[in-house]
Every structure is written in C-alpha cells, then in structure tokens.
Design a binder for this molecule. Structure first.
Ligand code: PMP
Length: 435
C-alpha cells in the first residue's frame, strides 16, 4: 500500500504549479489526475498509487544507467557530506576539476579540450553562442549569423530558442541571435559565398534531430557540414545534448562521422540523468583567443550561480565510471539489435507509417489515415496512444504523431519487449476506440 495522499498532491499541484510545455487548462481539468512519480529503480518508476511503469523516455531523455543506481547515489552522498555547492566564480572545486579531466580524456588530443560548465542543455547552447559571438568580435571579423537546421531544437532560453524552438513552436520571442535556418546539407552547400563568409557558426544535432520526432540525417551529413565549415571558415557546433553519452551506440554521435566539432554541448545524460548540469566543450584554439589583457574584452562574461555545482559534477563523474565498470557501450549493442527487431515487427502494422531508429532511440510514427473518426485529423493521436500505454505500464511522450521509445540503457530484454508490446497494443486500442 502506498503512503502518499495522491488526491491531496494532485489538488495542490493543480493549485500551485505551472508545468512546462503543458496546456494547463487540460492539466487542471477535474477529470485529469496527474501521475505523481515517487520512486524508481533501474528502468522502472512507481507512482503514488503504487503503479509500476517502464521509463520509456528515460525521464525526458536524461537517464542512462537507471534510477537509484547505488554507485551514483553513493557518489552524490559522499560529496554531500563534504559540501553541496560552492562558487565557481573566483574559486574551484575537486569534483568539477576531476570531471573536466575525465571528460576531456574522452576526446582525441587536439580536438575538444576545454570545459565550460552550465546548468542544462539550453544554457549549454547559450554559452556556445556567446563564446562564438565574442570569438569573432575579438578577431574583428564580421561573422554574426548562425546557421541552424530547420526542425532542429536547441533549447528554450532566448538565444537557444532563436536557433530552432522559436520557429518550431511559432513563438513570438525577443530574438537575440541572428539565425538563418536551412533545410539540409545540400541547402547549406547552395548558400552564396557572401552568406557563407558571414557565418559565425553552424549548429547541428548530429545523426538525429530529437524534438523533430527522431528525424534521422542522411549518412555523412555531419562530415559534409564539417567540410562546409572548413571551407567557409565558420565554426561547427555539435549539440549532443540528446545524443551524447551512448544514446546513438557510440559515446558521442559525432564519432559516427569521424569528425570533431569546434564546440560541443552535452547535458541530459551527463550526470546519468540525476542532476542538472551541462558543459560546452571547445578547442584550445578557440580558448586561446580569449587569453589576453582584460581591457581587450578577452573575458567571457557569462556564468550562473550554480556553475560547476559539486553534487552534479560528482554524479557525472560516477556516471562516466559506470561506462567502464558496467561495460555500458558494449552491452548496449545487443539491446540496440533487440530494439531493431521489435521495430521491424511493428513496422508491419498498417497503423504505423514509419519506424526510425538511431542507436537506442526509436521514433514510431503513426499513420493518421489508419485511424477513423475524430482522431484522424487530430493532433492528439500520439498523445492518446501514450495515454493508453500508461495502462500497460509504459511511460513515454509523443512528438506529434511519433511515439518516442528510448528507455535507460539498463532496460532488460523483457522490459524492452514489454514496452514494444505496450505500444503495439495501445495503438490497436486507440484505433478501435476511434472507429
Ligand atoms: N538541445 C537538444 C538537442 C535537446 O534535445 C534539448 C532538450 N530536449 C536541448 C538542447 C535543451 O536542453 P534542456 O531541456 O536541458 O535545456
């Protein structure tokens, strides 16, 4: 029996809270009882009514080694007993130093070698934009425009949103950053040299555009973008907030194309999904431009109160250890194959338009025409399927008509097959209900 008072919690949530990306009228409607998550272990989560779920989207793409992992828990507790947080402005701390050293060692010499800490994917992208803008300013070059790809998403702070979210959600924001969106690599290659020469940097989610609905890039896209940047002199920013730390089957998605960007942003799974932390990695060449006299505007005036937070850094360090201790990447290969097989079976279903996979990320796009009645035209098709999946013990979120399945790497074969079966059965349930 669960000891939580779900009715009281749900009522207080509706009275006091405002949730992200959430139509709050629907959320607060009398018929809606939000799921109150109270515990987790491995790939499983429990709610306040004692129901068990597979964490099918890894708690918004963050968790990799599983919830409540004793090794990460212990690392956080150890740090907590020393000190939780101290300023990174004018001071440093061992957890932040050790994490930076371990992270830089993941990259070949001469590539990414400097770590700037921030708090989440959006602020990590924001830092990258600020570094690049100041880099060109110091070098007295008129490169002000950022190029981003249509359907891309890089976060919600104003600068980061200018790259993608603003166009994606049609939000009228105060656009802080001049951005040119292009459709694809060929469109980038077609830009006139007058535009190429004014480009500060190209920003891309390597291999797969996440928030676009797990949209896969054609092979070698990143390599092509790298070549374009080398030719035009623009910098290359890889946003690996979603793809970093094994999600695509390699430690970083950029490794598939055997190229390294000039800046890389990592977040989400950096701490194993335990605490908010992001990093912006840059090359020594970029960093060196910021060395010089204070009067020469060589200081990066950027930072946050919780920059370099020791608890988050210790969780991240523990997460990196686990990659070695548990042979995370080599074990993931078999699970990626199992996911492929499951998606192959789903693909036979006439209610599914397409399944897309990149490593341990799957997008299952529904075919709206296969559904009758109100759902055919509805933007809620994916949401209805995910709602039905809850009743079968699977938590995930749709992106439009695409169901996302990307559970933690520790998900067992049985759990993965259960999740795939839950999606299959939920699609059928919604199709019949709509008929
Ligand atoms: N970049 C990418 C590729 C993302 O997928 C996200 C979040 N989904 C972000 C940036 C923003 O990260 P955060 O939500 O942690 O600010």
């Amino acid at each position: 029996m669960s000891s939580w008072d779900t009715a009281d919690l749900a009522a207080a949530d509706k009275k006091y809270l405002w949730h992200p990306f959430t139509p709050m009228a629907e959320w607060c409607a009398p018929g809606n009882e939000p799921i109150v998550l109270v515990g987790g272990e491995g790939a499983l989560l429990w709610d306040s009514r004692g129901r068990e779920y597979i964490d099918g989207n890894s708690s918004i793409w963050t968790n990799i080694h599983g919830h409540n992992h004793p090794y990460i828990n212990a690392a956080i507790k150890r740090q907590l007993e020393r000190v939780a947080h101290t300023s990174f402005l004018g001071f440093t701390n061992p957890a932040a130093i050790e994490l930076a050293r371990a992270l830089v060692r993941l990259f070949p010499a001469g590539t990414l070698s400097r770590v700037f800490y921030s708090d989440d994917g959006s602020t990590g992208v924001e830092v990258a934009l600020r570094i690049v803008a100041q880099y060109w300013h110091i070098r007295s070059q008129n490169r002000r425009t950022f190029i981003a790809f249509r359907h891309g998403y890089h976060g919600d702070t104003v600068g980061a949103a200018s790259l993608g979210a603003a166009a994606m959600f049609g939000t009228t924001l105060m656009h802080g950053v001049p951005v040119r969106q292009v459709e694809s690599l060929p469109a980038l290659q077609d830009l006139p040299s007058s535009q190429a020469n004014q480009t500060a940097a190209v920003v891309i989610e390597p291999m797969v555009q996440g928030a676009a609905g797990m949209r896969l890039w054609p092979q070698d896209t990143l390599a092509g973008v790298r070549r374009w940047c080398d030719k035009s002199g623009a910098l290359l920013i890889a946003d690996e907030v979603m793809t970093g730390f094994g999600r695509t089957g390699r430690m970083f998605a950029s490794e598939h194309d055997k190229v390294y960007p000039d800046l890389m942003i990592l977040g989400k799974a950096l701490t194993g999904g335990y605490l908010p932390l992001a990093i912006t990695l840059v090359t020594e060449q970029i960093f060196s431009v910021f060395l010089g006299d204070v009067e020469d505007e060589r200081t990066l005036f950027y930072g946050h109160s919780f920059t370099g937070n020791a608890l988050a850094c210790s969780a991240a360090r523990a997460s990196l250890d686990l990659f070695e201790q548990e042979q995370t990447l080599s074990n993931l290969g078999a699970k990626i194959s199992l996911l492929s097989e499951g998606l192959g079976r789903l693909q036979q279903n006439p209610s599914i338009r397409e399944t897309r996979q990149c490593g341990f990320i799957a997008g299952i796009e529904l075919r709206a025409e296969a559904f009758t009645g109100r759902l055919r035209e509805s933007k809620r098709l994916g949401a209805e399927v995910c709602l039905a999946a809850r009743g079968r013990g699977l938590l995930t979120r749709p992106i439009g008509n695409t169901i996302v399945l990307m559970p933690p790497f520790c998900t067992t074969d049985v759990q993965l097959n259960h999740a795939l079966g839950a999606i299959r059965d939920s699609i059928e349930e919604v199709r019949h209900a709509a008929a």
